[in-house]
Design a protein around this ligand. Sequence first.
Ligand code: GLY
Ligand code: MN
Ligand code: MN
Length: 441
Amino acid sequence: MTIATEACASRHRDHLVRLQKAYTDLLSEHGFDAVAIYSGHARSHYADDQQASFAAYGHFIHWTGAASHQHDWLLIRPGHSPQWFYYAPADFWHLATPAPKGVFADFMTLTPHEQPQALPASVASGSRLAVIGDVDPQALPEGATGNPPALCHALDELRLYKDAHERHCLFVANQIALEGHRAARAAFTAGGAELDAQLAYLSASRQRESELPYQNIVGVNAHAGTLHYQHYDKYAPDKPRSLLVDAGHRHLGYCADITRTWTGSEADPLFSALIDGVTHFQQRLIEGLAPGVDFVALHERMHQHLAELLIATDLVDASVEAAVESGLTRAFCPHGLGHSLGVQVHDVAGRQRDASGTPLPPPARDPALRLTRPLEAGMVVTLEPGLYVIPMLLAPFREGRHASVVDWAAVDRLANHGGIRIEDNVMITANGYDNLTQAEP
Ligand code: GLY
Ligand code: MN
Ligand code: MN
């Protein structure tokens, strides 16, 4: 083993030890002797034998990193090695799943099993058993409790704080995703269409589309203004003005979620200045990250920076306060500043006060904000301010008392550039932050 792989293995083992200790405490606290975690399985299309792409249940990935495993079970019992029942039926249609290797072989009991969906019989007889995941409640063994909410809230809370193994996985996922972003940009600059940028991204980041942690958003020109634009145009535009790529990668289960926006050869200079402006204030927001920072307040700060940029570029003629309070900045950026990131791209526990699961809803005017709690060391969050021309949201401001506040001619010139989003993935540390989207020194 090289020193690097030894360090990886040691971090990985520490991660499993941490989970075993945390699960032991939580099972005792919530009155269970054991928990069985189901990975889940893909569903077939209606009246068809073809299946949708699949991602395993988050709590299963938290232990295993195995986002593609279907029909697997994990049994966690205090005082025993975790037992991983991996689905390996005798099947000549598909390649059999190999036994998990590496640290798992030392730390877990690995047992092949053959029954799809069903909890292995040897587990079904346990007393005070919790069963979590996408399980048919009718199929629970007698006496078992399916998805007990209090335990699930506490396990979600555990996912919020990342250890050294998880930090490393997220960093590697980011570095590989950045390779993809570079290639997507080059494909666009060379005259490619959205589909060319997407294929270049997949090729450079060595992944098939079904492995992505979310469907990549690759928007050229006005498409960059549709927040979750879901198509890949096969034809390059006559006038390339902009490209927005929001694209990720998984490493050992952990997700990158990175967005970059670039100008095309026909871009309006104002659009270029706005990309610089959003990039600049995104970095300023990141520089303010530390334990204790209230993410709702930081989201509000994003709106102030956005107002300052709109005013500095003469798109808006108003005070910062008026631009924010009138709702104008929210018409230019209707999504949240960021969210928790982990084994799911929009990771769990962002809107609960603590392990009790007490809801912490977003402010009424920010319904899309997915993270509403103060930051703490170990959290990994995205920082993703945006600025878009979304005609549906701007329409109310074209009339009435705000009509003269906005330079509508400039806004209309920008509409065929769509919008801008700049997104990095950042870990909160004891003293500040660690930007996982930047190359390590
Ligand atoms: N890629 C989805 C998001 O940024 O939240
Ligand atoms: Mn994203
Ligand atoms: Mn995101």
